[in-house]
Design a protein around this ligand. Structure first.
Ligand code: FAD
Ligand code: SIN
Length: 561
């Protein structure tokens, strides 16, 4: 290994979404930071966020009400001090984004088509008792990602390595040292050829050893574990899988959120139709035009997401239809076009005019409420390893996330974790020395020769998760899923050890781990709560008002049971 294949920094950030970039920017005030990102740096769940960021900014709103709405959605599993810390941190994060140039929409004038300065135009979404969602048109995520990335790129103390994928965390305990994280092995995807290309015949997979005093997982979610998802390809649960292999505690993986409304179209790749449409009067109908949400919940179309997704699922099963309809035609067309320009244009591209007709929608996997167990500052159970944003499980979301609370979580945690690290690391003499770390050893691995194995297993895994571990579950379906996952894991393991690593192979391996963790947590929770609905245990059991936890080599159990 050459010297260029070893890098060192104060803080290593894995992931370049809202959480990772916020942390990098804040930490760069006192530290040298490396950010690794497995594709283009802007490619993250963050970029696709539509609805916005929840924050108490209106005079008729209060932190108490935002906390209360979050706790109600979380179905008994939120940790109130965490919820309060995140909710109270929100206004300062919105202001910080404005300072970086994010233009949140201002309140419409009387005609609804122009904006006057002064007050933010706050959107409404399911489960929120007040209008409190700050948004930048219907492309909030794109604006936030662009502003944070530009600021990080301008910082002389931040080095961003695009097309670099973390493979595994470096924990010296694995080679006889102490139980602490000191960095990560990182695959340079740009110079490591894809299988099947002539270059792949040479043993060229380049793996960097990046050591750091503090390592921060900001790898986002795992929507790709399901066949249908609103998430982009990067969401393959790498952070959870790496942390699990490193011995960290993982929690609440059974709570996977399905967004109720993605556009139903064979080529549209689950394009999200923001909940904000329902906030502005859109209603759900069966394909014969009948509204149905009042039948399921007094809050009707603005009930929390788990209820709406389950209701759609029930209506689709009852009628045999492949989708339901979302109808915003009662709004003035000029308003709909001005408020949702991106969604309007995208629907039009697929042949649907939002302003003139109801559009076909279905639920799709959207958000991972569980993850690496962490406190509100990102501390995990492994020392010097931190987890922030969607990869973490802090107790903000409990059994179900309230809309627009996740960008907020990433922004507040990114900021708080940087402050914690500054306290711990500001005095260089207090930093523990980094031990000698071996380089990545590819052993006798050969170039990947059968990429089809990866594609086939990838498809099978996601289909099994969709069919057996979806919106509604049972012990029998979960057992079926686990059986298939175990078989796939066996094949993946064999392939992994025999071949040089590629991004696709690493993602598949991580997805299989995440699938296993979701199923194991789901099997341990023998009740229905929040996002976890069991046909054979339909009630909520007060004795199970606890987190599900698991660690490598142990079974999933309810905390303390
Ligand atoms: P991400 O933004 O997903 O960033 C993760 C980063 O880690 C990416 O850069 C990825 O490439 C990188 N990465 C992953 N694994 C590796 C690895 N092994 N090595 C190197 N890099 C890696 N939330 C809201 O609050 N409001 C909304 O309106 C909203 N709308 C949404 C709409 C859509 C379509 C989607 C998909 C999500 C939406 N969400 C919304 C959820 C929200 O966008 C995410 O929860 C949030 O952006 C997560 O931020 P993050 O920084 O934790 O992760
Ligand atoms: C949406 O705009 O509906 C997504 C909001 C979220 O996931 O919080």
């Amino acid at each position: 290994m050459s010297a260029q294949d070893r890098l060192h920094c104060d803080v290593l950030v894995i992931g370049s979404g809202a959480a990772g970039l916020t942390l990098a920017l804040e930490a760069s005030k006192w530290a040298d930071v490396i950010v690794v990102s497995k594709r283009a740096a802007s490619e993250a769940n963050t970029k696709y966020a539509q609805g916005g960021i929840s924050a108490v900014l209106a005079p008729d709103d209060s932190f108490d009400e935002h906390v209360k709405d979050t706790l109600i959605a979380g179905a008994g599993l939120c940790k109130e001090p965490v919820v309060r810390a995140i909710v109270e941190g929100a206004p300062a994060r919105i202001k910080a984004l404005q300072d970086l140039g994010v233009e949140f929409d201002m309140r419409p004038k009387g005609d609804g088509s122009q904006f006057e300065s002064g007050e933010l135009d706050l959107g409404r979404e399911g489960g929120h008792s007040k209008r409190r969602v700050a948004h930048s048109g219907d492309i909030t995520g794109r604006s936030v990602e662009a502003a944070l990335l530009a600021a990080c790129q301008a910082s002389p103390r931040i080095r961003i390595l695009e097309d670099h994928m973390a493979i595994d965390l470096i924990v010296p305990a694995r080679f006889g040292g102490n139980d602490r994280c000191v960095g990560a092995y990182v695959l340079d995807c740009a110079t490591s050829p894809e299988p099947g290309t002539p270059e792949a015949d040479a043993r060229t997979a380049r793996v960097l050893t990046v050591t750091a005093h503090a390592t921060v997982l900001a790898t986002g979610g795992a929507g790709k574990v399901y066949l249908y998802t609103s998430n982009p390809d990067v969401a393959s649960g790498d952070g959870v899988a790496m942390a699990y292999r490193a011995g960290a505690v993982i929690a609440n993986m059974e709570f996977f959120q399905f967004h109720p409304t993605c556009l139903y179209h064979p080529q549209a790749k689950s394009f999200l139709i923001s909940e904000a449409l329902r906030g502005e009067g859109a209603i759900l109908r069966t394909i014969d035009g009948t509204p149905f949400m009042k039948k399921y919940d007094p809050r009707a179309d603005l009930a929390p997401r788990d209820i709406v997704a389950r209701s759609i699922d029930a209506e689709m099963k009852r009628t045999g239809a492949e989708h339901v309809l979302l109808d915003i035609t009662s709004q003035r067309p000029e308003f709909t076009k001005a408020r949702f320009p991106n969604i309007y244009a995208e629907c039009l591209r697929w042949g649907f005019d939002l302003t003139a007709q109801p559009i076909p929608v279905v639920p799709a996997a959207h958000y991972m409420c569980g993850g690496v167990a962490a406190d509100v500052d990102g501390r995990t159970s492994v020392s010097w390893l931190y987890a922030i944003g969607e990869v973490s499980c802090t107790g903000l979301h409990g059994a179900n996330r309230l809309a627009s609370n996740s960008l907020l979580e990433g922004l507040v945690m990114g900021y708080r974790c940087a402050k914690l690290l500054e306290e711990k690391m500001g005095d260089r003499s207090q930093r523990p020395a980094i031990p000698e770390v071996p380089s990545w050893d590819a052993g006798a691995a050969a170039p990947s020769d059968e990429a089809v194995v990866v594609t086939q297993n990838w498809d099978e895994l996601r289909r099994a998760m969709w069919n057996y571990v979806g919106i509604v579950r049972s012990q029998k379906r979960l057992a079926r899923a686990l059986h298939r996952i175990n078989m796939l894991q066996e094949e993946i393991r064999e392939y992994y050890w025999a071949h040089l690593v590629t991004r696709d192979l690493l993602e598949l391996r991580n997805l299989a781990t995440v699938a296993e963790l979701i199923v194991k947590c789901a099997m341990a929770r023998r009740e229905s709560r929040g996002l976890h609905t069991m046909l054979d245990a339909p009630n909520t059991d007060p004795r199970m008002q606890r987190d599900t936890i698991l660690r490598r080599g142990t079974l999933a159990t309810l905390d303390g049971v």
